[in-house]
Each structure stands twice: as C-alpha cells, then as structure tokens.
Design a protein around this ligand. Structure first.
Ligand code: FE2
Ligand code: FE2
Length: 277
C-alpha cells in the first residue's frame, strides 16, 4: 500500500527548535499517526531522531532547508525503532561533522551500527548530559516508552523536551499543536496510544510510576514535542502531565482488528475504481 501522504511543513515550537512533521495513514485509515522528528539550530545544530525511511525525500528536504549538513554537529537518537532511525545512515553520510549521541544498548541492539564508525559515536545513557550551543542537553527517559533504550532530550536553554514515543496521540489529519484537538478526543486518543505502546502500564506500581512522572514534571518543561502526536505547549503541558499520571493500572484496550483493515482495503479499492485503474 503506497499512497502519497499529505505534506506537512516543519513547525517552530521554540526559538530555533523545529518539529519536522510527517503522518502515516492520513486520508487512508480512520486515524492517522504522526511520525515526527526535531531539529535544533544554533552554532552546533542538533538533529533529534531521523524519521521513517518511507518519508526520506521529504524528511531530508525539510531538515536541510533548516540546517546545512556541513554544520550539523550532533545527531541524537532516542531509541532503536525504525520510525526514529529510519534516515540515520542518510543523515550521518550527509553530515560529515556530526557525532551520534547513542548508548551502548542502542549500539548493541542495532548490530553495532555497522555503517557508523565508533569514533563518530558518543554513548550517553538515561540521566547523562552533553554540552552544545552554550547550554546543557539532558538525556532523560520519558515515563512511557516502548524500547528499553529510550531517552528523551531536554534542552535547558529553551525548555523543550523531545519525548520520543511518549504523549503519542492519534489524529484525524496532520495537527501541529494539541490545542487544535478537542480536549476529550485528545485524552481518549492519548490514553489508548500510551496503553497500546506500553502495555506494562497495566502492571506498574503506581507510587514508583508517579516518581518517574515527577522526574519529568520537575524539569519545568515549556514545550513537549512527541514523535507521534501534536506539540504540547503553554498550559497544556500541565494537562499532559496530569493525563500521564492517570495511566498506571489501567487495562490495555484491544487494538484495531480485522474490521479496520477491511475498511482500509475497501477504501483503497474504491479509490482505485474511481480512478479507473
Ligand atoms: Fe518506539
Ligand atoms: Fe516511535
């Protein structure tokens, strides 16, 4: 199934901090999912995750419209899932001065990253930091994640937190900011996605889980960028933290099954018939 998803342009969520947007399923499935990444401009530009390979042309066009590949100094990989490292090799090849901020466990789980020599790596695990652009960047695991290697990235200069898969929220169409969503739709979609992506939420100890939320809430984040949802800014950051706190012990919902696949296939067949193909 290959359709051309609608084009969404990068959105600046803080000074020199852009979410590079892409969606999957938009116009085809009943709900769409963002596959975002981020870039921070400055004296030492930082590429934050690299999107999915299916969007490579658009992704590279968007990224290099914002930063010169010769200038990129850092590439931060949040975790070892294909929708985050999908264009990693292309970025590392295009950016000769870039160091990849990864970890031993990512390196291990990605078969020792055979195309990237070890001297181009920096291993920074949960809780670690690096300095760039005259300020500190902290690698901090979000409370909800689907890979043991996950670390988000907190920019102490802008207060932006790259949350990786956390705060994923399905959308009807590409949506830049959660303030464009109906509040109940946001809560319902958010809850379903967190539980599906991290089914262990149903068995976690609530008190310990709350401490993991405290750790992120205490950063005093000004804006959250999620790989799989609209950006969260202003007063919605506190709402987002509250929503996260309610997840421990919830039952995992059943995912969409064959009826949704039938709906997708029927839609594609109808489109093909209408096009006379
Ligand atoms: Fe993931
Ligand atoms: Fe993801």
């Amino acid at each position: 199934m290959h359709t051309n998803p609608p084009r969404h342009h990068p959105v600046e969520i803080a000074p020199d901090t852009f979410v590079i947007q892409a969606t999957q399923g938009e116009g085809v499935a009943p709900m769409a999912v963002h596959l975002n990444s981020m870039v921070i401009r400055g004296r030492e530009p930082i590429v934050v995750d690299t999107g999915a390979a299916t969007h490579r042309d658009r992704y590279l066009e968007d990224l290099f419209s914002l930063v010169d590949p010769e200038d990129v100094r850092w590439v931060f990989l949040s975790h070892d899932d294909a929708d985050h490292y999908g264009n990693l090799d292309a970025v590392m090849a295009a950016c000769p001065h870039a160091t990849l901020v990864t970890s031993w466990f990512q390196w291990e789980r990605m078969e020792n990253m055979p195309t990237i020599p070890p001297f181009r790596l920096r291993w920074i695990d949960d809780g670690g930091t690096f300095e760039a652009n005259g300020r500190t960047y902290a690698a901090i695991r979000p409370p909800v994640y689907d890979s043991p290697t996950t670390r988000g990235l907190y920019d102490t200069g802008t207060g932006v937190y790259w949350a990786s898969d956390c705060w994923a929220t399905p959308v009807a169409r590409g949506t830049a900011n959660v303030d464009e969503l109906d509040a109940a739709d946001w809560r319902d979609g958010f809850t379903m996605f967190q539980l599906m992506n991290s089914p262990w939420l149903s068995v976690v100890d609530d008190a310990r889980y709350q401490r993991s939320v405290d750790r992120v809430a205490d950063l005093h984040i000004r804006a959250i960028a999620s790989a799989h949802g609209p950006a969260i800014t202003g007063g919605n950051v506190a709402v987002a933290m509250d929503m996260l706190r309610g997840l421990a012990g919830m039952d995992v919902p059943e995912g969409p099954g064959q009826p949704m696949l039938d709906e997708i296939v029927n839609g594609l067949l109808a489109d093909a018939a209408a096009d006379g193909r």
